[in-house]
Design a protein around this ligand. Structure first.
Ligand code: 6GU
Length: 224
């Protein structure tokens, strides 16, 4: 998979992909993540990437030309299966969308900033708009990092058995059961007996019960 991220703040996207599973996925060649600075495509001498909004009002709007120049440069090099715009008014990001995106070859992600991009960018180039939740971030960069992380870990070969996506919360429609490690007792708090029993059939039943109980308590909406 190849992921191109378009942003006015490339610094924000340096560390999220430089550690652990995301770094290893790139080292092993499962994904190529390229961060592009929109400002490099500003033609005007001040390298402006935003402008006042028509109709007045507080807040700047991201200009069409630098973004269009960058998108079209990339499109001339390869076909994109999805051109995503990160915006709080996008579709709420869920596991089902992660799964779909993980099957694609080339993805472009545009990070919104200020008051957002000129609407004509959305109309002409964007195929999908994503929000990661009902709150407002200063920009789309951290949201893009969330999407990339959630998608890349689903690419076959990225996770090993130990970190398998199959046991994730949400993947089977349920939250994960509680987990424990040593010591068997901490300040009087004991690890559930069944987990020490060595009876793996019983342990599996217990985990399923716990997953269901946790989902009923915390996310009953997932069971509807
Ligand atoms: Cl994608 N962008 C911004 N700026 N805020 C958000 C968001 C995206 N998703 C939730 N809040």
């Amino acid at each position: 998979m190849r992921i191109d991220i378009l942003t006015v703040l490339p610094q924000l996207l340096e560390s999220p992909f430089s550690a652990s599973i995301m770094q290893r996925a790139q080292d092993k060649g499962h994904v190529e993540i390229l961060v592009h600075n929109i400002r490099d495509y500003a033609a005007n001498k001040h390298k402006n990437v935003d402008d006042y909004q028509y109709g007045g009002g507080a807040g700047m709007v991201m200009s069409i030309e630098p973004i269009a120049a960058l998108i079209e440069k990339l499109q001339a090099e390869r076909n994109y299966d999805a051109i995503i715009y990160m915006t709080p008014d996008g579709e709420l990001f869920e596991q089902s969308a992660c799964n779909q995106l993980s099957l694609l070859e080339n993805i472009m992600i545009l990070c919104g900033h200020y008051k957002g991009v000129d609407e004509r960018i959305r109309e002409k180039y964007i195929t999908q708009e994503i929000s990661i939740g009902s709150y407002v971030l200063s920009g789309g960069e951290l949201a893009a990092a969330v999407v990339v992380d959630a998608v890349v870990r689903l690419i076959p070969g990225v996770l090993n058995d130990e970190t398998s996506a199959l046991t994730d919360s949400f993947q089977d429609g349920l939250l994960s059961p509680p987990v424990y490690t040593r010591p068997p007792e901490f300040k009087g708090m004991k690890v559930p007996e069944v987990l020490l029993s060595g009876d793996f059939a019983k342990i599996e039943v217990w985990r399923e019960e716990q997953a269901l109980k946790r989902t009923q308590e915390r996310r009953p909406d997932l069971l509807e």
